[in-house]
Ligand binder design. Structure first.
Ligand code: IVH
Length: 673
C-alpha cells in the first residue's frame, strides 16, 4: 500500500468506525457484529503502524488507550465549574420554584434530569475535534485527563453536523452497574480486592496513568450542559436535543431520563417516579436535578459564588436504619485476604431483612471506632451491599472497648500480614488454610478455567472434609470408589464427576494456567503468557525481565509468577498435573484423520486457542469441509466470542449443531458427537 492509498483508506476506516462506534455506544443499536468492528479497527491499526505519521489524536484506535500520562497538567476552567445547591425536602423545591416565579416575569419552563452519581468532566471541542478534557478539581481549575477520556466510547472524538467552532460540553463520567460488576468479577478472578463504590472507582479510574487500563474498564458518560460564546439556543432542553445530532450521548426522553415541564406538579411527578424506579436504572443516581430551561431566564437569575440560582438538586435519602452490632466475623478469601463482616440484629431495610454488613478492612473499623453492642446506622444504596455508616454514640453501652482487628487467621491460626500501602490483612498459609485450599480448587474447576462438569463447591467441600483432596492435582487421583463411599453422592453423580475430571485433560494449556490460581494471573494474562512462552517449563523458568517484556505483564504480575514457582509445593502440584496428562504446553494442533469426512463447518467469531485459519486447516486435515455461509445443509457452526449475530440466528433457526471451542476440541478427539 502506498501512502496516498493509505491516506484514503485511513479516512474511510475512521468514518466507518466512528459511525459504528456511535451506533453501538450512543444509540445502542449496532449494525455490525463486534467481530467485524474489531477487524476494521485492526486494519486501521495496521495501516497506522506502517504510516505512523497518519496517526491523529482523533483516530478511533485511541479508544483502546496506550498513551501514558505521567503528570496531569492543571488547567484553569474557561467557565468555572459550579456545584449545585441541594435539598432533601420537597417543600424546599416548591419554595425554590416560588422564589423564581416571583423574580422572573415570564412563562417559566423547567427541565428535570437525573443526577448521575459519577465525576464531573468538562470537554472542549475545537473545530469538531475533542481538544481537551478537564476534571472539576476545585471548580476553578482541574486536571487534564484527555488521554483517558478519549477511551470512553460514548464520548465522540470527532463531531458531525453544524457544531460551533469552539465550545465546552459538561457531563458526568460513571460506571454502569453492569460494567462495575464486570470489573469486580474480573478482580475477584485475579485475586484482587473488590471496589465498593462505583463513584469513587470512576474517579480513581479517570486519574490512572495508563489509558489502556482505563479503556478496558469501560466507563460511560452522560452530558448535561454546554457552554460557548454566542449561544443561539433558546434553552437547555433545545440544546440537549441539538447536541445529540452532533454525536453526543444525551439522556433519553423515551425513558423519562429528562423531561420538560411548566409546573410544580410536573416536577413532583418526576421526583416521585424516580424515587420508586431509581433502583431499576442501569446506572446509579443520587437524586434529580431541576433546571430553569430558558437561557435568558438563567442569565437573569445568575449565580452565587458557588451555585447557579437557576438549578437545584433534590437528593434521595439513602435508606438508613439503626440496629445493634452483635459480633464481627472474619472471612478468609481464596487469596487469603481477610474481610471483616458485621453480624447485625436483623432489621428491615429497602424491602429486605439485613443481618450482615461488610466492613471492608481494619481501617474501616478504626474510622468508625466500632465497639461490640454498639448501636449502628446501616445504609443500602442501589445494588451495593449494606454498610455501616455511623455509630449512635448516645446509645453506647458503658465500659465497652473498641474492636481490635485479629492478629491470627480465624481458620488456620497463621499470623496475619498487612503489607505497607495495602488495605487488607492476608493469611499467607496458601496451601494449608482450608478456605484458601478449597477456594483454589473451586477456581480450578470453574467454567472459565477447567470447566469440570459434575463438581461444584459443595462437592469440593465434601471431598476436602473427607480427606480425599488437598490440592488441585488430587482431583486426578480420585476414583469412582473413592467418591461413591462418601455420603450424599449418588452413582450417577459420581460417574459424571469422574468423567468431567477426565474430560478436563483435553482443556487447552492457557485454561490450565489460569486454573492454577496464580495471584493476578487472570484469564487474559494466562492467554498472553501461553501465547508468548508456550509451555509451563518456559513460564516457570522465565526471568523477571522476560516476563515484563510480554504485553500486559507488569512488575506486580511478574513478581507473583516468580513467587508462585519459587514454592516447591506449587512446582510439585504442577508436575503432578502434567503427569496426569493435562496440557502443559500450547498444543500442536495439526493432526490427521478422517473423522470429519462428509461434514461441513462454518466458523464465526474469535477463538482462544486457534486462529480461524488454524481451525480451517484442522477441519480440512481431518476430512471436513469449510463453508462460509450457514445453510440447512451445514453440519456444524463453530461459535467463538463475538460471533456474527445473523449466523447464530440462522444456525438456531435451522437447528444446526452449534459448537463452542471446547466442544470442537472434544469432537476432534472423538469424545463427543
Ligand atoms: S448541572 C452549574 N446536571 O452534580 C452546575 N449536574 O452537585 C451544573 N451532576 O458537579 C451541573 N448529574 O457533576 C448537572 N444532570 C445533571 C447532573 C449533574 C450529576 C453532578 C455534577 C455536579 C454535581 C453538583
Amino acid at each position: 500500500m502506498n501512502k496516498d492509498d493509505a491516506i484514503i483508506r485511513v479516512q474511510k476506516l475512521t468514518e466507518i468506525l466512528n459511525k459504528h462506534n456511535y451506533l453501538y455506544y450512543v444509540k445502542s443499536s449496532p449494525e455490525i457484529s463486534d467481530y467485524d468492528f474489531d477487524m476494521l479497527l485492526k486494519e486501521l491499526q495496521k495501516i497506522e503502524e506502517l504510516f505512523p505519521e497518519l496517526i491523529t489524536e482523533y483516530s478511533p484506535t485511541k479508544r483502546v488507550g496506550g498513551d501514558i500520562t505521567k503528570r496531569f497538567e492543571t488547567v484553569v476552567h474557561r467557565y468555572p465549574m459550579l456545584s449545585l445547591s441541594n435539598t432533601y425536602s420537597k417543600n424546599e423545591i416548591e419554595e425554590w420554584v416560588n422564589r423564581i416565579k416571583k423574580s422572573i416575569n415570564d412563562n417559566l419552563e423547567y427541565v428535570c434530569e437525573l443526577k448521575y452519581d459519577g465525576v464531573a468532566i468538562g470537554i472542549q471541542y475545537i473545530n469538531g475535534k475533542l481538544f481537551r478534557a478537564v476534571t472539576r478539581g476545585d471548580g476553578v481549575k482541574g486536571e487534564d485527563v484527555t488521554n483517558n477520556v478519549r477511551t470512553i466510547r460514548s464520548i465522540p472524538l470527532s463531531l458531525k453536523g453544524d457544531y460551533p467552532f469552539d465550545f465546552e460540553i459538561r457531563g458526568e463520567i460513571f460506571f454502569s452497574k453492569k460494567n462495575f460488576k464486570k470489573l469486580n468479577n474480573q478482580r475477584l478472578e485475579q485475586g484482587d480486592t473488590q471496589f465498593s463504590n462505583p463513584r469513587n472507582t470512576a474517579s480513581g479510574t479517570l486519574k490512572m496513568q495508563d489509558s489502556k487500563i482505563v479503556s478496558k474498564r469501560q466507563l460511560d458518560c452522560f452530558l448535561y450542559g454546554i457552554n460557548f460564546n454566542d449561544n443561539k439556543f433558546s434553552g437547555h432542553f433545545e440544546a440537549v436535543n441539538k447536541v445529540s445530532d452532533w454525536g453526543f450521548k444525551v439522556p433519553l426522553q423515551t425513558h423519562r431520563y429528562i423531561e420538560k415541564t411548566d409546573s410544580i406538579d410536573g416536577i413532583m411527578n418526576f421526583i416521585n417516579f424516580w424515587d420508586e424506579n431509581r433502583f431499576n436504572l442501569p446506572f446509579e443516581i443520587d437524586g434529580i436535578v431541576i433546571k430553569v430551561n430558558k437561557y435568558k431566564n438563567q442569565l437573569e437569575l445568575g449565580n452565587t459564588s458557588k451555585y447557579p440560582r437557576w438549578a437545584i438538586s433534590y437528593k434521595y435519602k439513602a435508606e438508613r436504619v439503626e440496629t445493634k452490632l452483635e459480633s464481627i466475623v472474619y472471612q478468609v478469601g481464596r487469596t487469603g485476604a481477610i474481610t471483616p463482616v458485621a453480624n447485625l440484629r436483623p432489621v428491615k431495610l429497602g424491602g429486605t431483612v439485613v443481618k450482615r454488613a461488610s466492613l471492608h478492612n481494619a481501617d474501616q473499623i478504626q474510622k468508625l471506632d466500632l465497639h461490640i453492642n454498639d448501636s449502628v446506622y446501616v445504609e443500602k444504596g442501589g445494588e451495593i451491599i449494606p454498610k455501616i455508616v455511623d455509630v449512635n454514640i448516645d446509645n453506647r453501652v458503658k465500659d465497652t472497648t473498641p474492636i481490635n482487628f485479629i492478629n491470627n487467621c480465624p481458620e488456620c491460626s497463621s499470623k496475619l500480614i498487612r503489607n505497607d500501602g495495602e488495605a487488607h490483612h492476608y493469611c499467607l498459609n496458601e496451601l494449608g488454610c482450608p478456605p484458601q485450599v478449597k477456594g483454589k480448587i473451586e477456581h480450578f474447576i470453574s467454567r472459565k478455567a477447567l470447566n469440570i462438569d459434575g463438581l461444584g463447591s459443595e462437592t469440593v467441600d465434601l471431598l476436602y472434609s473427607n480427606g480425599l483432596i488437598n490440592n488441585i492435582s488430587d482431583l486426578y487421583k480420585l476414583t469412582f470408589e473413592d467418591v461413591i463411599t462418601m455420603n450424599r453422592i449418588a452413582e450417577k453423580s459420581a460417574n459424571n464427576m469422574i468423567k468431567g475430571i477426565k474430560d478436563s485433560k483435553e482443556m487447552p494449556f492457557h485454561k490450565v494456567l489460569f486454573g492454577l490460581g496464580i495471584r493476578y494471573v487472570g484469564e487474559t494474562v494466562a492467554k498472553k503468557l501461553a501465547k508468548s512462552l508456550k509451555s509451563i517449563s518456559n513460564i516457570s523458568s522465565a526471568s523477571f525481565d522476560e516476563l515484563i517484556a510480554i504485553e500486559e505483564i507488569g512488575d506486580r504480575i511478574a513478581m507473583s509468577i516468580i513467587d508462585y514457582f519459587s514454592d516447591e509445593r506449587n512446582c510439585y502440584i504442577v508436575k503432578t498435573l502434567g503427569s496426569f496428562g493435562l496440557n502443559m504446553e500450547v498444543e500442536n494442533k495439526l493432526q490427521t484423520s478422517n473423522i470429519f469426512e462428509g461434514k461441513s463447518f462454518v466458523i464465526s467469531g474469535v477463538f482462544n486457542s486457534f486462529s480461524r485459519s488454524e481451525l480451517k486447516e484442522i477441519i480440512e486435515m481431518n476430512g471436513g469441509k469449510n463453508i462460509t455461509a450457514v445453510s440447512m445443509k451445514t453440519d456444524y457452526l463453530i461459535a467463538g466470542d463475538k460471533i456474527g449475530p445473523s449466523k447464530l440466528k440462522k444456525a438456531t433457526d435451522y437447528k444446526l449443531n452449534i459448537l463452542s471451542e471446547e466442544d470442537f476440541i472434544l469432537l476432534l478427539n472423538g469424545k463427543s458427537n
